[in-house]
Design a protein around this ligand. Structure first.
Ligand SMILES: NC(=O)c1ccc[n+]([C@@H]2O[C@H](COP(=O)([O-])OP(=O)(O)OC[C@H]3O[C@@H](n4cnc5c(N)ncnc54)[C@H](OP(=O)(O)O)[C@@H]3O)[C@@H](O)[C@H]2O)c1
Length: 285
């Protein structure tokens, strides 16, 4: 029996303690959740023991330390290539379906129009290379799997960009934020809802992009955060990336086209400004 024909099984969430995993579980509390401590996705025997026929496995586990990956690519490839390969092989063997997350960093970031699923990849960082290797392993080992690329994900918690801007707004009079990197800010809650819709759509294309609609620079996103909580957006000042040198060079332009998602009949994720407003109202609840 294939995942397409199996009776609906359990929803398994790996990496359940991360920012996306937590948002999935808020919306699907009955899912079987495995945080990093409960399940290391690189542990083949442990993964095989969990995955059963008919399950849908939503893999939110990943090595996401983009800068550290430059110094420790082995760790990045373990989490982002080996782990997804283990999950894909276990899903294929058990007749389960894998939904795996990937990133805008698989692209070189040199476009001046949104990247489509058909555009050539060309990562420029160790993190991006490890995520691309994971995509390729998943597609090769589990042809029924879905790979969903997303970008600039925040929930307004921990040390994500939006939470950091909220903290800096309290601590500083003015802040400098780069305005020469453009992407699609994506609220983890909206992405989680979209992924749960995809759970019910095994017929959708194997490779998809899913972000909130529209585009912004980090500077514009920071200004929108300030405006959203009633602070003066003029306290955010634009600067260029040379002001914040980092081990992993960020793509200048990595907006993802959601055409594949929308053509599949999946619900479009709303405009990023509307999503941010909603996210901020939840942070201050
Ligand atoms: N955040 C973004 O802006 C962004 C953008 C594009 C794509 N994505 C992709 O979206 C997905 C979800 O990312 P996120 O933002 O939720 O990341 P996150 O908050 O860093 O969560 C990742 C989770 O995976 C866990 N993990 C790491 N290695 C693991 C392993 N070997 N086995 C099991 N769990 C492991 C981490 O646990 P520890 O903390 O214990 O290591 C963490 O709880 C990832 O595939 C990521 O590449 C994210």
């Amino acid at each position: 029996m294939t995942a397409d024909t199996a009776a609906p099984g359990r929803l398994i969430v790996t990496g359940a303690g991360g920012q996306l995993g937590r948002e999935i579980l808020r919306r699907a509390p009955a899912a079987c959740a495995f945080g990093h401590r409960e399940l290391d996705i690189t542990d083949s025997a442990a993964v095989r023991a969990i995955v059963e026929n008919g399950d849908v496995v939503l893999n939110c586990a990943a090595y996401t330390a983009v800068d550290q990956a430059e110094a420790d690519p082995d760790a990045a490839f373990a989490g982002n290539e080996t782990g997804p390969a283990v999950l894909a092989a276990a899903c294929a063997a058990a007749g389960a379906r894998l939904i795996h997350l990937s990133t805008d960093y698989v692209f070189p970031g040199t476009h001046d129009r949104p990247y489509d699923t058909t555009d050539p990849t060309g990562p420029t960082t160790a993190y991006g290379r490890s995520k691309l290797a994971g995509e390729q392993a998943v597609s090769a080992l589990a042809p029924q799997a879905h790979v969903v690329r997303t970008a600039w994900v925040y929930a307004g918690a921990g040390s994500d960009f939006v939470a950091t801007m909220l903290r800096l707004e309290r601590e500083r009079d003015t802040i400098d934020v780069v305005d020469d990197q453009i992407g699609s800010p994506t609220y983890a809650g909206d992405l989680a809802a979209g992924l749960l819709e995809l759970v019910g759509r095994p017929d959708a294309p194997r490779l998809l992009h899913a972000t909130n609609a529209g585009q912004a620079s980090w500077f514009e996103l920071a200004q929108a955060v300030f405006a959203g909580i009633g602070a003066d957006p003029a306290r955010v000042r634009p600067c260029d990336s040379t002001a914040f040198p980092r081990p992993a060079r960020r793509p200048a332009y990595s907006v993802l086209s959601n055409d594949s998602w929308i053509s599949a009949g999946l619900g479009p994720l709303r405009d990023w400004r509307e999503a941010l407003e909603d996210a901020l109202s939840r942070v201050s609840d």
